[in-house]
Ligand binder design. Structure first.
Ligand code: MSP
Length: 526
């Protein structure tokens, strides 16, 4: 594991308020960032908003406000949402900030001076919602954007172009030598077959038909293409090309920092093809991994404001708590695959994993420790095979969990951690503590409580990057002192003798499927 970790979300367009699909990527990054910090890795987690471009300018005009006023309000809403979701980002970059604008202009100048950029004329198609250029073949006879399937418009304007062929051999070599550069690995074939093999055109990197963007210093009637502007955020936020490049040195230039971009499938080509090429032109290192996640739909339909079927995470957080939303997003479908949000799936996931499995284990264990041992965790003495088996399983789960998380397999890692909780619930059934109590087998009964406590605390630590609020509550309920809250203590078995456990309130009350699915469905309908 490298000493440092730099993780980024895409920067979101503040063209409309965030929905649960946007919250998905940010939550997954947050879990990874929290996991790395928990492991003692110096971590920097960046998110932000991508505030320039034709789409924003048009939306602002439609609302009758200036583009800056328009983005100020929505960028603020994004930041409030991340607070509500307990996102632990270290910075929030906005592309209209001076610290960013200057760097974008410098980046353009450097690439221009290098001979990587030349002036020409763009004749082709443009999709404003995606801010993407497309060729005749790509838009087909119906002239629809291959990504969002909305109509594209013809663009014909003087533009600067970036020479992609210059860096293509280098990019192909990186992809070849580093099989983890694009993850999951099947995404690499998609990139090759859809964009690289058919022939990669030079990329148009400036626009003249509107002005809401970063001006090119050398030719101010052009604004820099919003994707070149946006991608630069990953280095401008670290202080690249500024008077204070400390973070850039630590989190970009230092080879002992792992650089990871997490992006949705719809924007992977910008991160996997053009961004590394820009970096090569600047003489900078390329990221270690670009992880491409799937898209979340709502009841089987693409979420979009125009269809009126977006769900905001806020009312869900208000009603069910932030951890339920984080858990659903992280656990419901595998990170990397497409997934679905529906009221039924949400209620079922929370009931099965959090209420029945995790919550129930905590309730039963704390109640039994109070009933049989006055709330004090007993010592593990002369463990039987059952306790040894559980110790073995705990060690295996920890190892698998760490390997999976380090491989960015967040869903699988969390699912591995729940194996420990399943095993602990099963262990209660098998060891029947109520019978041990009746028969006066106090030492055996004590062992069961000690091992259950260990399973709960270790399980909670492994889940804590996702369950940020409830993990703290569990540690409080089990009276965990500061020194035992560190991650390192998971490697010891049953070091919790003498802790005072309170009965506590159920952390995750079971949701009534009928009432709650109706309520959640009404949120989507609004
Ligand atoms: N501004 C660009 C990104 C620039 S990064 C240098 C952009 N913004 S976006 O707001 O349209 O999308 C941001 C991210 O949100 C993308 O990764 C996109 O995949 C993700 N999602 C938007 N809707 C989503 C779902 N329904 N499900 C999962 N992710 C979704 O593109």
């Amino acid at each position: 594991m490298k000493k440092r970790f730099y993780i980024t979300t895409p920067i979101y367009y503040p063209s409309a308020n965030a929905h649960i699909g946007h919250a998905y990527c940010t939550t997954m990054c947050d879990i990874l960032a929290r996991y790395k910090r928990m492991r003692g890795v110096e971590t920097y987690f960046l998110t932000g908003t991508d505030e320039h471009g034709e789409k924003i300018q048009k939306n602002a005009e439609a609302k009758g406000v200036s583009p800056q006023q328009f983005v100020d309000e929505i960028a603020n809403n994004f930041q409030n949402l991340w607070k509500a979701m307990k996102i632990s980002n270290d910075d929030f970059i906005r592309t209209t900030q001076d610290r960013h604008v200057k760097v974008v202009q410098d980046v353009f100048s450097k690439l221009y001076q290098n001979g990587d950029i030349y002036l020409g004329r763009y004749e082709g198609w443009y999709c404003t919602p995606c801010e993407s250029f497309w060729t005749d073949t790509q838009v087909g006879e119906e002239h629809l954007c291959p990504d969002c399937h909305r109509p594209v418009h013809k663009a014909s304007e003087e533009s600067y172009f970036f020479k992609t062929q210059k860096y293509l051999p280098n990019l192909l070599e990186i992809m070849d030598k580093n099989p983890k550069f694009i993850l999951p690995i099947n995404r690499k074939n998609e990139m090759m077959n859809t964009f690289i093999k058919p022939g990669l055109d030079d990329l148009c990197v400036s626009r003249t038909s509107f002005d809401w963007g970063v001006q090119i210093r050398e030719n101010p009637k052009h604004v820099i293409y919003v994707w070149m502007d946006a991608l630069t955020n990953y280095i401008s936020a670290l202080g690249y090309d500024s008077d204070n490049p400390e973070k850039f040195k630590k989190f970009w230039e230092d080879p002992d920092c792992e650089i990871v971009h997490i992006v949705g499938a719809d924007i992977s080509r910008f991160h996997v093809i053009y961004w590394p090429m820009f970096l090569m032109g600047l003489g900078l290192r390329v990221p270690d991994r670009v992880f491409v996640h799937g898209l979340l739909d709502l009841n089987g339909e693409k979420m979009s404001k125009s269809r009126g079927n977006v769900v905001s995470p806020l009312p869900l957080i208000d009603k069910y708590g932030v951890d339920t939303v984080r858990w659903f997003l992280a656990r419901e479908f595998s990170f990397g695959s497409d997934g679905r949000f529906s009221p039924e799936l949400f209620v079922e996931r929370i009931n099965v994993d959090l209420a029945n499995n995790y919550g129930n284990l905590i309730n039963r264990t704390s109640a039994m420790i109070n009933k049989y041992f006055d709330g004090v965790v007993p010592e593990l003495k002369n463990p039987s095979q059952k306790e040894k088996d559980l110790q073995f399983l705990t060690e295996k789960v920890i190892k698998n969990y760490e390997n999976l998380m380090d491989d960015l397999k967040v869903t699988e890692a969390l699912s591995e951690a729940t194996e420990l909780l399943n095993a602990a619930n099963k262990y209660i059934e098998e060891s029947q503590p109520w019978v041990l109590s009746k028969e006066g087998k106090i030492e055996e009964l004590g062992n069961v409580m000690a091992v259950l406590t260990n399973s709960i605390i270790v399980g909670t630590k492994l889940l804590s990057p996702a369950l940020v609020e409830s993990s703290e509550k569990v540690f409080d309920q089990f009276g965990l002192p500061k020194e035992l809250r560190s991650y390192e203590s998971v490697y010891k078995f049953c070091p919790y003798t003498g802790l005072k456990v309170s009965k506590g309130n159920p952390l995750f009350p079971r949701l009534d499927p009928k009432i709650e699915t109706e309520y959640i469905a009404s949120l989507a309908a609004k």
